[in-house]
Design a protein around this ligand. Sequence first.
Ligand SMILES: Cc1cc2nc3c(=O)[nH]c(=O)nc-3n(C[C@H](O)[C@H](O)[C@H](O)COP(=O)(O)OP(=O)(O)OC[C@H]3O[C@@H](n4cnc5c(N)ncnc54)[C@H](O)[C@@H]3O)c2cc1C
Length: 376
Amino acid sequence: MDAKVAVVGTGSMGSMALWQLARAGVDAIGFEQFSPGHDRAAAGGESRIFRTAYLEGPQYVPLLLRARELWRELEEETGFGLLDLNRGLMIGPEDSEPMRNVLASARDFDLPHRVLDGADMRREFPQHAMHGGEIAFLDEWAGVLRPEFAVLAAATAAQARGARVVTDSRVTDVEPVPDGVRIRCGDRTWTVEQAIVTAGPWTQRFVPAIEQHVRAQKLVMTWYHPRGGVADYLPDRFPIFIRDRGDRHVFGIPALDGGSVKVAPHASYGELADADDLDRNVAPADLEPINATVADLLPGLVPTPVRVSAYMDAYTSDGHALVGAMPGVDRVWVLGAFSGHGFKMAPAFGQVAAELAADGKTGLPVEHLDPRRFLT
Ligand SMILES: Cc1cc2nc3c(=O)[nH]c(=O)nc-3n(C[C@H](O)[C@H](O)[C@H](O)COP(=O)(O)OP(=O)(O)OC[C@H]3O[C@@H](n4cnc5c(N)ncnc54)[C@H](O)[C@@H]3O)c2cc1C
């Protein structure tokens, strides 16, 4: 055996899985086609939102609370500053499902929060142009993560505890053999007891039994300059936000570089037949909807972006990830297709991966993410 556990892809989830395996003293080896902390898959673009009251449903709150603890432990272990809890605003119609979900999360788990009406918003957060019927939920345990540093931090921490990482090499095969799993990577073959596939946008390639339920999507991020000074858009005055208004779905992150505010569409820019097909160019016409949204909802910003970049994530057909046993493949686990909202929970999913590899089960609630739900 070359190692006890192999981790295929050391991006968001893989780096955290490797860290948790190494912490548990497991002999683990990671394989990465680029190198940890690269920006060519799902974890690029400078920032990711962390939030605790979850508009996708309160069933995620225990994972989020555990992730919050682990982000702090990773900061402590590495000395990297990764999570700034500068608070978060969820803005939308009071009777919408996302708003009901954040309110249910807060109620069920006693999360610190406030509910602000239009007048409160105009007084406290005048950067947002509020419209009739909208309220804002202020999540005190929301903020900003630094994705590239975070992945690098986890991989570095794992290596410091003895994990190995093979970089710049693509895994082309993960195949169960009688007493383990064979991994083909570059011109070498490795044999391990178990494998964890965390291939992000390339997940579809590794899940033949449920392939039709998984697709990579192109996602675009845009940054805008304030018209006047930047002071109102710095982290202490401008919490992260998510806003749903009619067919406009956007999220925003304060000016981390001291100049530009990320306001990006919460929408796909197209399905990819394969993650290798990503075209990182963005046509000017494709930016018109987000520019119009910025002009309408954030009038203090110049509504043409100063920065544009394209990334991708794998999505399932129900918008919830695949976490559990790989359907039809013994000794292989999959954690993938996080459907545009996985980063904040990455360290908790790292723990899940390590527990699955050790015991075949996990104490964290991930039943709703079981890949077998797509087997018909
Ligand atoms: C633009 C954008 C904005 C987002 N915003 C948020 C947000 O604000 N908050 C949030 O929580 N989530 C957000 N997400 C979602 C989140 O970033 C992803 O769900 C998460 O990063 C997915 O992690 P992953 O490990 O599955 O993929 P990745 O981080 O991409 O990791 C997969 C890794 O596997 C490697 N790999 C793949 N195939 C192979 C192979 N064959 N051999 C070797 N290596 C391989 C890749 O190179 C990569 O490093 C956003 C995503 C995008 C794209």
